[in-house]
Design a protein around this ligand. Structure first.
Ligand code: FES
Ligand code: FE
Length: 373
C-alpha cells in the first residue's frame, strides 16, 4: 500500500462545527434527545411518595415524581396557567402536591390540577383540562427512562433489543441484576465539552495507553488501544496479577450473584444510545448518564452500583470508585482539551479516525442520518 492509499482508507470525522453550532445542537435536542428514550433518573432515588427530580431532556425540563399510589410519573415541568416553571429545585419531596410559585395553581403528584385560587369564581376553567402534560416513562435497569415524542418508539426494539443486538444477541447485562443493585457512590461532572466528544471518547481505546495508567494496569489489553466495544462479546480480561477492578488492583467484593464464570475477571463497556454508558465488572456496575445542556456543555452523572449488602454493611467502596473516577477525570480533561479546538480553522474539515476507531465512524453515520432534513 502506498502512503496515499493508506491515507485514503482513513475515515474523516465530523467537521468541527458539529461540536459548536447552537443550531445543530437544537436539532439534536429535537431529533435525538427529544425523540428517543432518555435515561433520566435512578428509580431508587425517588423511593418515597412525593419525592421528585427535575432533569433537562432535550429542550424540556422534565419533572419526575413518585405518586402517592407508588407509581413513578413524568411531566413537562411547566405550569398550565401562564407557563411558569413549576419546580425549580433539582430534587426534593412534596407532601401531597406541587404548587406553582407564580399564582399558586396546585397539582397532585399524579399531575392533576387540584386547586387554583378563586377558581370557583372562574367557572370557565375546566380543571380536568389543565393537568400537567404527561411524558412517557419506562423503568429498566433500575432507572426511569422518559420519551418526549408524541408517539414514543418501542422501548423493547430501540433500547433493549438494540443493546443486545450490539452484543451479538447475548443477554450480557441480565446476569448483573442491575435493577437490584444499590447505589454506593454518585459523582457528577460538569464537562465543558460537546456530548459527542464524550461519546466518541468513551467508544475508543486508542487513548487508553496515553491517559489511563491505572486502567491499563488492570486491563493490560487496553494498552494496545483496541476499542473496548468490539470486545463486548468476551469482555476485556483483567491482568493476571489483578484481583479486582480497583485503583490498585486489590480485591473487590467477589462476584454479583448472576455473574457466571464466563464473565468473571472481565470488563464490559456498553453504549446505550443516545446518552448512557454502562460498565460491567464482576462485583459492580458503573452507569453514566449524560445530560447535554449546550453545544459546549454536558452534565454527566455517574453511579457506582454494588450488591445491596455491600452498601448496607458500609463496606469500603473507595478503591473501586477511585479507579473509574480517575478514568472519568482523565477522559473529561481530554474532551475539554478538544472542545475549544473544534472552532479552530485547523479542524474546520474535521480530523481522521484510525482503523481501530471505525465504529466511531458508524456513530457519525447514525448521527448524520438522524439529523437529515
Ligand atoms: Fe403557574 Fe400562574 S403560572 S399559577
Ligand atoms: Fe478513556
Amino acid at each position: 500500500m502506498t502512503t496515499t492509499d493508506q491515507e485514503s482508507s482513513l475515515i474523516s470525522t465530523l467537521p468541527g462545527h458539529y461540536y459548536t453550532d447552537p443550531e445543530l445542537f437544537a436539532l439534536e435536542q429535537d431529533r435525538i434527545f427529544g425523540a428517543m428514550w432518555f435515561c433520566a433518573v435512578r428509580a431508587a432515588d425517588l423511593a418515597a411518595a412525593g419525592q421528585f427530580r427535575t432533569v433537562q431532556v432535550g429542550r424540556e425540563s422534565v419533572l419526575i415524581a413518585r405518586g402517592r399510589d407508588g407509581a413513578l410519573r413524568a411531566f413537562l415541568n411547566i405550569c398550565r396557567h401562564r407557563g411558569a416553571r413549576l419546580c425549580v429545585a433539582d430534587a426534593g419531596q412534596v407532601k401531597r402536591s406541587f404548587q406553582c410559585p407564580y399564582h399558586a395553581w396546585t397539582y397532585g403528584t399524579d399531575g392533576k390540577l387540584i386547586a387554583a385560587p378563586n377558581l370557583t369564581s372562574m367557572p370557565d376553567v375546566d380543571r380536568t383540562r389543565y393537568g400537567l402534560i404527561p411524558v412517557a416513562l419506562r423503568e429498566w435497569l433500575g432507572y426511569a427512562w422518559v420519551c418526549l415524542a408524541d408517539e414514543p418508539p418501542s422501548f423493547e426494539d430501540t433500547v433493549i433489543e438494540a443493546v443486545s443486538g450490539r452484543l451479538g444477541g447475548d443477554d450480557v447485562i441480565g446476569g448483573y441484576g442491575v435493577d437490584g443493585l444499590a447505589l454506593g457512590r454518585r459523582i457528577s461532572y460538569d464537562v465543558r465539552a460537546n456530548w459527542k466528544l464524550i461519546i466518541e471518547n468513551f467508544m475508543e481505546c486508542y487513548h487508553c495507553a496515553t491517559i489511563h495508567p491505572e486502567l491499563t494496569e488492570v486491563l493490560p489489553e487496553f494498552a494496545d488501544g483496541y476499542a473496548a466495544q468490539y470486545y463486548v462479546g468476551h469482555g476485556a480480561e483483567f491482568g493476571s496479577d489483578v484481583e479486582g477492578f480497583t485503583v490498585d488492583g486489590s480485591g473487590g467484593f467477589g462476584r454479583l450473584d448472576g455473574v457466571g464464570d464466563e464473565h468473571d475477571r472481565r470488563y464490559y463497556a456498553i453504549t446505550i444510545r443516545p446518552q448512557v454508558f454502562l460498565n460491567l465488572v464482576p462485583d459492580h456496575v458503573i452507569v453514566h448518564r449524560m445530560f447535554p445542556l449546550a453545544a459546549d456543555r454536558t452534565l454527566v452523572e455517574c453511579d457506582w452500583l454494588y450488591a445491596p449488602e455491600v452498601v448496607e454493611q458500609g463496606r469500603d467502596v473507595s478503591r473501586s470508585v477511585e479507579l473509574f473516577h480517575r478514568v472519568n477525570q482523565q477522559d473529561f480533561d481530554a474532551c475539554e482539551r478538544c472542545q475549544p479546538a473544534m472552532s479552530s480553522r485547523a479542524y474546520a474539515g474535521g480530523g481522521v479516525l484510525v482503523p481501530s476507531e471505525h465504529h466511531i465512524g458508524e456513530f457519525h453515520e447514525w448521527l448524520r442520518a438522524e439529523l437529515e432534513p
